[in-house]
Design a protein around this ligand. Structure first.
Ligand code: SAH
Length: 342
């Protein structure tokens, strides 16, 4: 069976073997991405005899929906089971006109950030291009026909820059007018801060919005929270982020998860201001979403406000990420763990 979402030309080749016109490949893609067909049988303007043949010889889906949860605020979360039984999560967020999807790039994660649920058991494997696209298609199917995905954030499970070979073709399809037609500037790639990966992105395609997860502004604390920092160090992360910014012209975002009593004091905020040193960056402050079994806690409201105050007074652009879907554990590998336990 060929999976038609994996890169390659076999859909075109297969159609040629069947003596079908080449434009049918385009028609099938339109059915999938624009009309959100769930099967070849749904592609009603394809010749009647061709549809069962497509069903028999080519495969669209390799994943199944293991769990579908909806929160009161309209956030929906899918737990997808992959062909090998592994599970990943992806989320649809509704905010005003925006329909943002948050997708995973790996099963598990090798970065080992101490507070994150995705990395607790390490990385199992990279997702394929098709598996990344299936998340987008499955989430798009949750929307009514009058709505479409407007933004993509690669902030689910995994480290996207550790899987660029498969992620970039998937994002290219997301951008393609014959795919989802989502502009690059509405696609955010969030990274733990791998300088080599950021440099590759700079060389290949600096049009995406890049978000770098800092969580601490000095190397000692950052290495405790984000162990991969041991080998990179903050200076190198900031240098590669600056090069990305210079090449892309896109505003940089730095993410900072506030962990109560750990990195949320006014001194920590002042140290972050010094690190940013006047860069025109946006700081996305994320109150920690507690993970069962891990010792970290949410910041108190007082410490959160004081932290933000220091940043704002120094003229830093700050945004506090709202906790959408927190009650359905729409954060970071939590649903997969819950499902594994039950
Ligand atoms: N590996 C990438 C992308 C995945 S995580 C990265 O590190 O950026 C997306 C963001 O969610 C990261 O900033 C991550 O540190 C943060 N995060 C992970 N677990 C969290 C939790 N329990 N609560 C709040 N934010 C969390």
């Amino acid at each position: 069976m060929h999976h038609i979402l994996e890169p390659g030309t076999f859909l075109a080749e297969w159609l040629a073997q069947q003596r079908q016109p080449a434009w049918r490949a385009k028609a099938i893609r339109r059915w999938l991405f624009a009309r959100r067909a769930a099967s070849f049988a749904d592609m009603t303007d394809l010749p009647k005899e061709l549809r069962p043949q497509l069903e028999a010889e080519l495969q669209i889906w390799t994943t199944s929906i293991a769990k579908h949860t909806t929160a009161e605020d309209g956030t929906e979360k899918l737990l997808l089971e992959l062909h090998d039984g592994q599970r990943i999560e992806c989320v649809l967020l509704r905010e005003g006109e925006r329909r943002t999807v948050c997708i995973s790039s790996q099963v598990g994660c090798a970065m080992g950030c101490v507070f994150c649920a995705s990395g607790i058991d390490g990385v199992v494997r990279n997702l394929t291009t098709g598996e990344i696209l299936e998340q987008l298609l499955r989430l798009a199917q949750l929307l009514p026909a009058t709505e479409r995905i407007s933004h993509i954030v690669v902030m689910g499970m995994g480290e996207p820059l550790a899987n660029l070979d498969r992620l970039l073709p998937a994002l290219a399809t997301a951008q393609d007018p014959e795919g989802f037609g989502i502009s690059q500037r509405r696609i955010t790639v969030s990274t733990v801060g791998l300088p080599k990966g950021i440099d590759r992105l700079t060389d290949e395609n600096p049009g995406y919005h890049l978000a770098v997860s800092l969580h601490a502004a000095d190397d000692t604390l950052r290495t405790q929270l984000v162990p991969v920092n041991q080998s990179t160090g903050l200076a190198e992360v900031m240098e590669s982020a600056d090069r990305y910014w210079e090449t892309s012209g896109r505003r940089l975002t730095f993410e900072y998860v506030l962990l109560g009593g750990v990195n949320d004091s006014q001194e920590h905020a002042a140290s972050l201001v010094r690190l940013l040193g006047g860069r025109a960056a946006l700081v996305n402050v994320i109150p920690y979403n507690a993970v069962a079994g891990l010792p970290w806690r949410e910041p108190s409201q007082g410490s959160r406000e004081r932290f933000l105050e220091v940043l704002r007074e120094a003229g830093v652009n700050v945004q506090v990420r709202r906790r959408k879907g927190a009650r359905i554990d729409a954060a970071c590998g939590q649903l997969r763990r819950l499902a594994a336990q039950t």
